[in-house]
Write a protein that binds this ligand. Sequence first.
Ligand SMILES: NC(=O)c1ccc[n+]([C@@H]2O[C@H](COP(=O)([O-])OP(=O)(O)OC[C@H]3O[C@@H](n4cnc5c(N)ncnc54)[C@H](OP(=O)(O)O)[C@@H]3O)[C@@H](O)[C@H]2O)c1
Length: 395
Amino acid sequence: MSILVLGASGQIGAYTVQDLIEFGGEKDVIVSSRKMANVKRAMDDLKLTERTKLMELDANNGSKVLETIRNEKVESVVNCAWYQTNLGVMDACLKGGATYTDLGGFFDTCLKQIELHNKWKDAGINATIGLGSTPGMTNVAGAAGAKRLDQVDSIDIVCAWGNTLPVQEAGWPGYSIRTVLDEFTQESVQWLGGKYAKQKILGGEADVLMPDPIGKIKAYFIKHSEPATMGKYLNAKNVTFRIGFPKTDMNTFLTLRSLGFADTNPLEVGGAKVSPLDYLTAMYQKGIAEGRSSPPKEKFEYDMFRVDCAGKKDGMPKMVTYFIVTWNDPDRGVSSARDTSVPPSIVAHWQHTKRIKEPGVFPAEATVEPEAFFKELGKRKILVDEQTTTTTKYY
Ligand SMILES: NC(=O)c1ccc[n+]([C@@H]2O[C@H](COP(=O)([O-])OP(=O)(O)OC[C@H]3O[C@@H](n4cnc5c(N)ncnc54)[C@H](OP(=O)(O)O)[C@@H]3O)[C@@H](O)[C@H]2O)c1
């Protein structure tokens, strides 16, 4: 009875496979992407070719995914391909009776996935969606904070990253360049006063204090799925999501946008037709593959998340804050790939071993047990700190 990983040649998917095998102890992992050469290269780089079954499989080809689930007796699917494939893969899982998890559905796709809840509930299968660093770890942190409050007024999430190199060049982003350009071209939707509120692109500028070495940083509202689900599932009045981009990265992304790299219309160049976004994606994939085969030996780059959960406990104001910090690991690769690839591995393993089994489609905050999850993260050097501020009144 196996686990199938889709999009396993990607920056995240390859490390999800590594974690499923090395930490989850999964023995029967089928590893796939659209191109055998890509997935083979990823597994060769991680020295996992002998321990996995490689397959060429397009996540958009629903009948092929279903056939694979049936023929290979797949019990759990982890979808690490681009989020546009989520709905089709879920359909195949539902028909084939496999549990499902993924890296997130941005905002709109995530809501469409949640709408499938009753069908999955009736079929008796669990889908827990949006597992990565954020969405993913931050949703679980929000759930942990909400558990410690009687009333949740706000959950404010901030994501930031950076490096300590003396030359501050912008590197490849830690997540799909396609998603980055979505974030820079689409208005965000936040959960404010108990309802969805559209915000302008890069609106909501705020100064946020992150752990060292970041310190104070400017952060902006970004379209993401956390506000799509957490307000409703955690009964919070406000849920916001911001990114504090390092200055160099922010300038790079703004420049790519203004040069037209978000354009999906094909352009004819030297007889070939390719869209600027697809061209940029291909360059990105090449860069990621090169980085994987020669991981940096020094600890120099980090990912950081801050989740502030504010509300009341026993009638008094209380704030629970989570700081989640990951540094790159000389053995296990870059920080952003590690902290995004581990959560879907933990959840897929828990689904496979029936630790998560509630039938239906749920976001991470609804099914993942926070403290046990944080301990699993800690084993992989993804560090979660919880800080609490309580109020005592002497009048
Ligand atoms: N929740 C989070 O914290 C978080 C963080 C980062 C990224 N993400 C999301 O995760 C997704 C993947 O991100 P990434 O950074 O790993 O991107 P990536 O490096 O571009 O990898 C995606 C991989 O999926 C494969 N793929 C694309 N379309 C496919 C299809 N139809 N069928 C099968 N495989 C397909 C591609 O490989 P082939 O060309 O070999 O098929 C590619 O290597 C994105 O949607 C991103 O937004 C979420």
